[in-house]
Design a protein. Structure first.
Length: 109
């Protein structure tokens, strides 16, 4: 089993085995991270990694999973972003049962 050297923000350099490390790769942009639990302080550490590092980790036997960016990132947004005031207005609107029922009735037509 290969020995992998990484660093914990609190403990500094640590030595791990391939079963201690997990790689995640984004299918959409090929960016990756690796994660491990520090053997000294037990803190979970997640770090970004370049393709070369990801390739070396996976080639040495580290398990990996892939994931996709949320579909919402590809949605087309029309109009201005909502503001804090818009959110407050909406909050007050849904608290007013009469206005909310009238709006829902209008939508049902």
């Amino acid at each position: 089993m290969a020995t992998i050297r990484a660093s914990c923000p609190d403990c500094g350099d640590v030595e791990l085995t391939t079963v201690d490390v997990h790689v995640r790769i984004c299918d959409d942009n090929n960016q990756g991270t690796y994660a491990f639990r520090c053997p000294h302080c037990s803190m979970m550490v997640v770090k970004p990694a370049e393709s070369r590092t990801i390739d070396l980790l996976v080639a040495s036997g580290v398990a990996f999973t892939t994931w996709r960016l949320p579909a919402e990132l590809r949605e087309v947004h029309i109009g201005e972003p909502i503001s804090h005031d818009d959110l407050l207005d909406f909050h007050h609107f849904v608290q007013d049962d009469m206005r909310l029922n009238a709006a829902l009735s209008e939508l049902a037509r």
